[in-house]
Design a protein around this ligand. Structure first.
Ligand SMILES: Cc1ncc(COP(=O)(O)O)c(C=O)c1O
Length: 413
């Protein structure tokens, strides 16, 4: 029996073909219904428990998706003043925003506090310095849980080698420094890493964080971070919301209750889980180069639009929307950036690709457009949203090479 899982199909294939026809390529298409569904899956799993969900918008700050997620009742984890400004411009109340930054300037923290956003302080020195400037303020403190997890070493954010968070062993000193300044530590936080595929990988970090709770009498929440992964490869298992409930949220709440801290809520802040599978990068193949050893299919996109394969060696399923029933052949699917690492896949079996064929790069909704650049001075893709009623809306029109050149010229020329 063949144990190889079948290739991943593209959801909404007809709508994707229509989007390419109407708006051209390269184009990101986001299905709002998928984001709704993911929000609800997490929310429903945690229903009835004193929990709160924030969306880490670094994964994808497309306003249409932020509106969906805000409507689903999520708060937001912002990592820059730009993200805060975007949320505020969309009408998100400051009380729904946590400001989680690293290597932050005093000026940034002051601006966040001024805006009424809760700062999440990343180092012990910052707690004292912030307290000196804002005595009596409320803050969250990010801890390094001492363990890490994630799909690639670049996205592991816990453990001795990580730049993030206060060491657990400094919790008492941080609590004292805060108390001396009248700072009220209302939250403690950890984020273990990104692309964690099971609750079992998340729990040790949350468990470690719970160990510092006793130092902080004003606590209202323990933030267990994000990291919930998705199944990029065919046949892979994704993160189970029920497992988050049973193996992280409930045990954490039970432990808090046993410690007499039943008034402390448990928060999570997923990014990828809500948006990854909602997004597809549409790209057309313009060149086919058969070297005798390999066949390169050259597309009109590249790592300037989706960096994950080049940066993390990440897998994204590829679907040939023009020839779905074609005989599978191995291709190196390349981008048009002048770097040899600019490949979406190496030796990937894809139904036969002909010049002009439309490819869908699946599960590109998280850390795709948000990590994009105009490297080589190529414009970013257009952005299209597939509404739940099937309507396709162009929410970010395609920019031209001249637009990009103008950005570089700036006012100075
Ligand atoms: C502090 C923090 N919270 C949440 C997230 C979201 O992670 P993910 O997209 O893996 O859920 C990140 C991502 O790096 C993060 O740094």
């Amino acid at each position: 029996m063949d144990a190889t899982p079948p290739p991943k199909p593209a959801a909404h294939a007809d709508a994707l073909r229509e989007a390419a026809e109407r708006f051209g390529t390269p184009t990101y298409v986001y299905a709002e219904a998928t984001v709704h569904e993911r929000c609800r899956a997490l929310r429903d799993a945690l229903d009835g428990l004193p929990t709160r969900l924030l969306y880490a918008l670094k994964a994808n700050p497309t306003p249409a998706l932020l509106r969906v997620i805000a409507d689903e009742g999520f708060g937001f984890d912002a990592v820059s003043l730009g993200e805060v400004a975007l949320l505020r411009a969309l009408g998100v109340d400051a009380s729904r925003i946590l400001f989680t930054t690293t290597s932050t300037t005093d000026a940034e923290l002051d601006a966040a506090a001024e805006a009424g956003v809760l700062p999440n302080l990343d180092d012990a020195e910052r707690v004292a310095a912030f307290g000196d400037r804002h005595p009596g303020a409320e803050v969250c403190v990010r801890f390094n849980p001492g363990v890490g997890a994630g799909h690639h070493r670049h996205v592991v954010t816990g453990g001795a080698a990580s730049k993030f968070g206060v060491a657990l062993g400094q919790a008492e000193a941080v609590a004292e420094a805060a108390a001396r300044r009248g700072l009220r530590v209302v939250g403690v936080h950890q984020h273990v890493g990104s692309g964690v595929r099971s609750a079992a990988e998340l729990w040790p970090a949350v468990d470690a964080l719970l160990g510092v709770v006793g130092h902080f009498p004003d606590l209202r929440f323990v933030d267990g971070g994000g990291g919930m992964g998705v199944a990029y490869r065919p046949g892979e298992a994704g993160f189970e919301p029920a497992a988050l409930r049973d193996h992280v949220a409930r045990p954490a709440l039970d432990r808090l209750a046993r410690a007499g801290r039943g008034d402390v809520d448990v928060w999570f802040e997923p990014g990828r889980y809500l948006v990854a599978e909602a997004g597809v990068l549409l790209t057309r193949v313009h060149t086919l180069k058969d070297t005798g050893e390999r066949v390169f299919a050259g597309t009109d996109s590249g790592f300037n639009h989706l960096l994950r394969p080049a940066l993390y060696d990440a897998y994204h399923a590829l679907v040939n929307l023009s020839n779905p029933g074609g005989p599978p052949r191995p291709y190196d699917v390349a981008g048009n950036v002048c770097e040899s690492g600019d490949l979406f896949a190496r030796g990937r079996e894809v139904p036969e690709i002909r010049r002009g064929d439309l490819l869908a790069v699946l599960d590109a909704g998280a850390y795709g457009a948000s990590m994009g650049s105009t490297y080589n001075l190529r414009p970013p893709p257009a952005t299209v949203v597939l509404r739940p009623d099937g309507t396709l809306d162009l929410v970010r029109p395609r920019r031209t090479p001249e637009d990009v050149a103008r950005d570089v010229l700036g006012g100075a020329g």
